[in-house]
Structure formats: C-alpha cells, structure tokens
Design a protein around this ligand. Structure first.
Ligand code: XMP
Length: 323
C-alpha cells in the first residue's frame, strides 16, 4: 500500500544499492523536485552526496537563502553554491529579445554547472559517478521511458580530467506525481516554503522583465514580487492560484502623480492564473481588496513604479509568462 513512509524507505534502499560506495552530485534549482530528490539521496547516502546550486542572480527575494540555509538545515546536505550573478548579468547586458535571453541563460547555466561538476570531481576523485535528477512520472511518460546517462565534456580545460565524463542517473522520483513529491518532501522534513512552492521558470526573473535585464531592475522587480506574494499568502490565496508572475515593463513609462509632484515610472503587471497543468490557464478572479492592497503597497514601497495593472488574458491566447 502506498504511504509516503513506504516510498521513502523503498527509495532509500534502492539508492543505496545503486550508488554503493560511490559519490553523487545533485543540482538544486530552488524548486520542489530537485529539493526532494536531493533530500532522498541525502537520507540514503549522506556525505557521499554533494549538492550544487547555481545562483544566477535571477531568483526572487529570499529564494537563494532558502536553499543555502533552510534546505541545508533540514537535510544536512553538503552544498556548493556558485555565485554567478555577475556572469549572467554580463552575458545578458544589452539583450531584450525573449528567446535570446532564454538561450543565454540556458547556455550560461550549463557552463557554470559543468564547471562546478568538474571542481567536485577534482576535489572528490573519480568515485563521483552519479548525477541525481528530479524527473517525475509525467516526464518519464512524455520522454518515452528510458533511463540514462549524462555526458559532460571538460571543454573548460580544468587540468587533469578526462575529456568525457559519463554519469549514471539517479532518479528517485520517477514513479511519483507532483502532489506525491510534495508529500514525500514533507515527510523528509523540508520547509513548507520549498515543498509548497508554486511553479517558477528556470530562467527566473530574466523573463519577467520586458526589456533589458539589469541588476537595478531585478532588485526593483524582486521588491514588487515579494509584496505580491506576501499579500496573496496573507489572504490565504496560495492554494487557489496556480502561480502569479509579477512582470516589470521596463521599456514602458507612464505619467503619474505622487506626493508633491509628477512621476514618470514603470508599470508592474500582475498575472495571477488558475490552471491544472499550465498547458491552458485562466486568469484568477482575485478579490478586489487583495488586488487593492498589492497595488497600494507596490506603488508606495517600490521606487520608480507608479502603476500596477492586472492581466486578464486566458491561455491561450496569452502564455502564462510574458516572455
Ligand atoms: P507559459 O509561459 O509557456 O508557461 O504559459 C507555462 C509554465 O511553464 C513555466 N515556464 C518555464 N519553466 N523553464 C521552466 O522551468 C522555462 O523556461 C519556462 N518557461 C515557462 C511557467 O512558469 C508556467 O508555469
């Protein structure tokens, strides 16, 4: 019979058997799946696991700290954090096109992650043979079911490593659906903010700034997003909405009036949606009072934002994200 305790015990035994006395690496994204996969493997093989978190500087307020502090406190996992903010911002400088941004972020991410893998190999030796991935059952079905290996190439010229390293994959969530993954995460003692986290795109806030991505704009968007999330949580709406992207229209300015004078600031877009699987979505009919609180707080508390607008487009024709 299916209980989270059984799942955990069964997976821990399987992981121990698969990994043996070798070592494993797990990339953490800040999301539920990688965190639960890592926590399971950590429970199974302890210090034979090294987790890697690439801080691309595009996360929301508090999310990096959640991984660095709360995840580590809950699991005791060994974590290597790579601060790559400057590298990502440099690569994104001058770029406004959404597809271009996605390509750059994806490319830099792989480079930084591979570099971290090579460093761990150098530190820990050739016993590092496994790569943990948070593949879920729907992903398995979608991709035809095979399990596999991952290649990395040492084209960054970190001395003394073989040209090609092949990792075996450890995928402890392959039989689970998302809600089951959350239950397993809870059983493993992961913080609520990680276990109940709503979907957040890999390219992060980089695709929620319409226009060029800069540090100042990211900081501004982080403040606005934090306010929206805080108010949605306070209103008890987290379970009603699928997610609520908060978008900065950095290339748009409009005239406003605040305090003593005229302002010329940017609009923030709220994009709350309800959905089953993100393939289609409807805009969430949020209570006016909540929308009013979010709007008042953002325009009062975030400099350079003088307007908050609500996206009332379903998907299709709109996508959930703006880029
Ligand atoms: P769209 O905008 O296509 O988004 O309606 C559908 C869902 O996917 C998320 N999303 C992403 N997730 N990497 C991700 O891991 C991405 O590049 C990406 N783009 C969109 C989005 O947040 C929504 O849940």
């Amino acid at each position: 019979n299916w209980t989270t305790t059984n799942v955990v015990e069964e997976q821990v035994a399987l992981i121990r058997e698969q990994v043996g006395d070798k070592r494993a690496i797990c990339g953490l994204s800040g999301g539920v799946d990688s965190a639960v996969a890592a926590a399971l493997v950590q429970k199974a093989i302890g210090s034979q696991l090294t987790c890697v978190y690439v801080d691309h500087g595009l996360m929301r307020k508090g999310e990096t700290e959640q991984v660095e502090k709360d995840f580590v406190a809950a699991t005791g996992a060994k974590l290597k954090v790579v601060d790559a903010e400057k590298r990502f911002l440099d690569a994104l400088a001058g770029v406004s096109d959404p597809e271009q941004k996605r390509k750059i972020i994806g490319r830099e991410f792989i480079r930084v992650f591979e570099q971290a893998q090579l460093e761990i190999l150098q530190e820990e030796g050739p016993e590092v043979a496994f790569l943990v991935q948070g593949t879920l059952y729907p992903d398995v079905v979608e991709s035809g079911g095979g399990t596999g290996t991952a290649n990395i190439k040492s084209h960054h010229n970190v001395g003394g490593l073989p040209d090609d390293i092949e990792f075996q994959l450890v995928e402890p969530l392959r039989q689970l659906f998302k809600d089951e993954v959350r239950m397993v995460g809870q059983e493993l003692g992961l913080p609520e903010e990680i276990v109940q986290r709503q979907p957040f795109p890999g390219p992060g806030l980089g695709i929620r700034i319409v226009g060029e991505v800069t540090k100042d704009r990211l900081d501004l968007l982080r403040e606005a997003d934090a306010i929206a999330r805080e108010e949605l949580t306070a209103a008890g709406l987290d379970r009603d909405i699928w997610q609520c992207p908060v978008v900065l229209l950095a290339d748009v300015r409009s005239v406003g009036v605040q305090g003593d004078g005229r302002t010329y600031g940017h609009p923030i877009v709220l994009r709350p949606v309800s959905s089953e699987d993100a393939m289609t979505a409807d805009w969430s009919r949020l209570p006016y009072e909540t929308l009013a609180r979010i709007s008042t707080r953002i325009t009062n508390e975030v400099a350079d934002v003088n307007r908050v607008v609500l996206d009332v487009t379903s998907k299709p024709p709109g996508t959930i994200e703006w880029e």
